[in-house]
Ligand binder design. Sequence first.
Ligand SMILES: *Cc1c(COP(=O)(O)O)cnc(C)c1O
Length: 373
Amino acid sequence: MVRQAWAEVNLQALKDNYYKLQAYTQSEMMPIVKADAYGHGIIPVVKTLMNCGAKRFGVALLQEALELKAAFPKLDIMVIGAPEIDQWDTYVKEDIIPAIFNFSQARALSEAAVKLGRRARLHLKIDTGMSRIGFRDTDVSEIVKIGSLPSLFIEGIFTHFATADQKDLTFARQQLKRFEILFEKLKKAGLKIPIRHAANTAAILQFPEAHFELVRPGIGLYGLVPSSQVGAQVGLEPVMSWKAKVSHFKKIKTGETVSYGRTFQAAYPTAVATIPLGYADGLRRALSNYGEMLIHGRRSTMIGRICMDQTMLDVTKIPGVKVGDVVTILGKDGYEQITATEMAEWLGTISYEITCGISQRVPRIYLEPIGND
Ligand SMILES: *Cc1c(COP(=O)(O)O)cnc(C)c1O
């Protein structure tokens, strides 16, 4: 490896998390691997989860689906986001399942399928309260019309919860009810849809009524809790750690300053370690003079502004720091741990944004699972 900064992806932890989540449900799991598996690397993640028994995967974009198809041609892949408006032929040819939420999409898919002499699968997306994409409860007749289009197979119907990660499931229950009522109406109108799905990680953990035939775990697979209110008891293990090696060490005098804008001024003689990683790697600049990293099993504060490619740490209280020492940005060092959840709290965001934000410039190192079961 050329670079002195990297992310370690522990595929054994991924497997363990998969089985921990599966223990919460009888339903089939469709792992969500959008955004390069939340930054973990889609191909190794999918390969590992296939070994765990996962057969069907969800991504957000056709582009992501095609990357997966190229590696695993037989895999069942669904695009859970809005389908690309001019790519129906590709959906049909590759047998990638789109999320359909209006009649014109369905008609275009049907036309492509007829033209190519194939049958196209689709899942209906229902908006029960996210107000993002999806049919609404007033669209029953529009959905029923889809049922009579040629060369289509309505394999699934799904919705997504806005608040499944809160302890209070009042709104989620309303969403579930809307989904069930709509499903019943479609059934009465003659649409037989074999697969219903609604549950993200949070709903897998605390909302069993919403599991149906299929569930859609994302964040939990990567070992992170969906929110501070849900998932702490599961014992999920973070899959990704993020590390770098100290590139420079020096002492500065009282009054000297660090980095652009001189926002850090030493109030005492200060030992400074430079880390070869910055905001271009996804270390958010908003953490300047605030965030922490682990070194020698202890916490040290980022001082001065985080640069594009470099960051400085105050290691005054940590003896023996030298060039080449490993610094942990995310992960464990001794008894200390910094999780993506903690970093997200520093920034007023969620762990999802942290792992997705670790840029492609950071090489991923894969720790293979122990054995194959
Ligand atoms: C991202 C996503 C998921 C996974 O959610 P997690 O909270 O990561 O488990 C499930 N369903 C849909 C529609 C999504 O967009």
